[in-house]
Design a protein around this ligand. Structure first.
Ligand code: S3P
Length: 173
């Protein structure tokens, strides 16, 4: 089984993914970390030095390679992974893949992301929490059509990562 966690930045993909992988006893992988390793640079460095198109190409290439490769895993995708090219289609058409959308509200996301926006190239330019909230509102609206195509949709706004991982586990088994 290849479990792909998708959802906006700050929706908890990595923290839920690690716990879920532990419960399923399969490896956990973080796509952003795989991209950083492949490029030999951090995500902000890739965006600044190579540009967004380079990042999206590498992101798509690595997720496609993982989907086509052997073995089970839980992957925390990046927030934009399913939203470019035909990546969501690719995930949906991979027989062993189960995609899970960690659905979160705009106020929860802006509260979580404001203190750490500097590490996120798409958010770093936003100056106040209100500006961030407005940006996320529009961005999430644009991306929801991709996220909602997931095999499972889980509310990830209020519960702890442990509880969310438990909910996903019950739906998977
Ligand atoms: C992005 C989300 C980030 C990272 C990059 C772009 C996006 O991943 O891939 O900064 O387009 O939403 P996280 O969702 O893990 O923060």
């Amino acid at each position: 089984m290849k479990v792909i966690l998708i959802g906006y930045m700050g929706s908890g993909k990595s923290s839920v993914g690690k716990i879920l992988a532990g419960k399923l006893e399969i490896p956990f992988t973080d796509l952003d970390e795989e991209i950083e390793e492949e490029a030999g640079m951090s995500i902000p460095e890739i965006f600044a030095g190579k540009g967004a198109v380079y990042f999206r190409r590498l992101e798509r290439e690595l997720v496609a390679k993982r989907l086509a490769g052997p073995g089970s895993f839980v992957m925390a995708a990046g927030g934009g992974t399913p939203c470019y090219g035909n990546t969501m289609e690719l995930i949906r058409e991979t027989p062993e893949a189960v995609s899970v959308y960690l659905k979160t509200t705009v106020p929860v996301l802006s509260q979580r992301l404001f203190p750490e926006k500097e590490n996120r190239p798409l958010l770093a330019h936003l100056n106040s929490e209100n500006e961030l909230k407005e940006f996320i509102g529009i961005h999430l609206f644009e991306r929801s059509g991709f996220y909602e195509q997931a095999s499972l949709v889980v509310d990830a706004s209020v519960n702890s990562p442990e509880e969310i991982a438990g909910t996903i586990l019950r739906k998977l088994l």
